[in-house]
Design a binder for this molecule. Structure first.
Ligand code: OOG
Ligand code: MG
Length: 262
């Protein structure tokens, strides 16, 4: 740790206020170039505590920057982890208010819900597959609080990995019915195909993102409890959206997820 608790709390308030007021800020490593990974996750944890103290429930965990397309788009080379809260959830087919956001982008994600706890170190695709209750599709709406989506990994971790909204839709399936690696995903904006990929785009296998998350938490003495909703990360690059845009993502064997930005 390089930062003291007062600075961690101050940066958490700074970033969470930017989120809640839909205002962009400069990346925090500009002012705190020596902050380390522990500081970055401590700031994210402090944001989570602020939300939970307000009664907002943490309803899922997310892995981000898990596909090559996303890493390339953002110019970074390792995954990051964050959380989603109840107030970020929107119904399939609903309208999403652009005025509450800064510069949103959509991401197509393959998600799982666990039926057994997962604890690293040593978690691998096999242990994750055994712990998956079911698979379901979701679209994440990310909205970095940093100006022009310009950040480094520590800044984005502190900013809860740009978490902002998410829409679960389609239909859930037992994991035995699917091949998560070849599961195809087509992302359309206003009827036009913008991007497509298969599950293997995510670290070779979406379950590998969950294993990484379990190992990351294990290193901090934490686990993924049974019954956790986990987003494994965008399979393609993220697509910017504006008011008036219609998004439909079609998932092989899992139906589709859609929303309209207003
Ligand atoms: C960071 C969050 C990335 C994903 O699925 O890759 C993410 C960002 O790109 O702003 O959620
Ligand atoms: Mg994401």
């Amino acid at each position: 740790m390089q930062l003291d608790q007062a600075t961690i709390d101050k940066l958490a308030a700074h970033l969470e206020t930017a989120e809640l007021e839909a205002r962009d800020v400069l990346k925090i490593t500009d002012d705190y170039p020596h902050m380390d990974w522990e500081d970055a996750y401590a700031i994210q944890d402090a944001i989570r505590h602020r939300k939970e103290a307000r009664g907002q429930k943490t309803v899922g965990l997310k892995a981000g920057l898990t596909s090559f397309a996303k890493m390339k788009q953002m110019g970074v080379e390792s995954p990051v982890f964050g959380f989603v809260s109840d107030y970020m959830s929107r119904q399939d087919g609903s309208e999403i208010q652009i005025s509450e956001l800064i510069h949103p982008k959509v991401e197509a994600e393959i998600c799982v819900v666990t039926k057994a706890p997962l604890r690293g170190p040593g978690c691998h695709v096999g242990s994750v597959m055994a712990a998956i209750d079911f698979v379901l599709p979701a679209v994440e709406i990310i909205d970095s609080r940093y100006r022009d989506f310009k950040f480094d990994l520590k800044s984005v971790v502190a900013d809860n990995t740009s978490a902002s909204r998410f829409v679960i839709g389609g239909r859930s399936r037992d994991v035995e019915e699917l091949d998560l690696r070849t599961l195809g995903v087509v992302l359309e904006k206003n009827g036009q195909i913008m991007a497509m990929a298969a599950g293997a785009a995510v670290l070779g296998h979406p379950a590998a993102a969950v294993a990484m998350l379990a190992n990351h938490l294990g290193a901090r003495g934490q686990e993924i409890p049974a019954g956790t909703f986990i987003m494994t990360g965008g399979v393609t690059e993220a697509i910017p959206v504006q008011a008036g845009d219609n998004i439909v993502v079609r998932y092989q064997d899992l139906g589709s997820v859609s929303m309209r930005f207003v």
